[in-house]
Design a protein around this ligand. Structure first.
Ligand code: ZN
Length: 78
């Protein structure tokens, strides 16, 4: 949903919105409407710039992507 690069689904990170917080669904077991993103900060930033999250989660309110960002920053640091 971010950069629109085609990828096999297993490489994508599933995201769900819990309340207004976007969280990575690492086990693929959280309920609710999901969105998929490459597990990369650049992809997150593109998605945010495009306002892709409110569309994906069908909400008009602001979404908190800070925990998702922290998670991706942790991946990049490895
Ligand atoms: Zn991407």
């Amino acid at each position: 949903m971010g950069c629109r690069v085609r990828t096999v689904k297993s490489e994508l990170l599933r995201l769900v919105a819990v309340g207004d917080v976007i969280v990575p669904d690492l086990r693929g077991r959280l309920p609710g409407r999901g969105a998929s993103l490459h597990p990369a900060l650049g992809c997150l930033e593109l998605a945010e710039r495009r306002r892709a999250f409110p569309r994906a989660f069908r909400t008009s309110g602001a979404l908190d992507g800070s925990s998702l960002r922290a998670y991706l920053e942790g991946l990049d640091a490895e």
